[in-house]
Design a protein around this ligand. Structure first.
Ligand code: SF4
Length: 101
């Protein structure tokens, strides 16, 4: 987070991206920019030093940071979940009566 966004002289607990959730009488804390998953791997601590997105700046990467990290380890040819492939577009054009190349 610091590498991508720099640091702020505050704590994450005061950031608008810092979220707490209750589930089965237990509290979970997450940074929505880093990523909200059901895994402990995305747990966040209130006492972490805040990053440069504090208190409510937009994450301009357009996706959560866990996903970016995961994508970096992925085969670049592998399709991202939810991504439309070239073949899907061509198939849809065929259904709509457009000529395929
Ligand atoms: S966006 Fe930055 S400051 Fe805000 S909770 Fe996440 S890591 Fe902390």
């Amino acid at each position: 987070m610091y590498y991508l966004f720099g640091k702020a002289d505050r704590k994450c607990k005061d950031c608008e991206h810092y979220r707490t959730f209750k589930y089965h009488d237990k509290s979970y804390r997450k940074c929505e920019v880093y990523g909200i998953t059901q895994s402990e791997a995305s747990d966040w601590k209130a006492g972490y030093d805040a990053c440069g997105l504090f208190p409510n700046k937009e994450n301009t990467y357009g996706r959560d940071i866990m996903e970016l990290r995961f994508c970096n380890n992925r085969d670049p040819e592998e399709q991202i979940k939810g991504q439309i492939s070239f073949f899907d577009i061509k198939k849809q054009e065929g259904k709509n009566g457009k000529q395929n190349d």
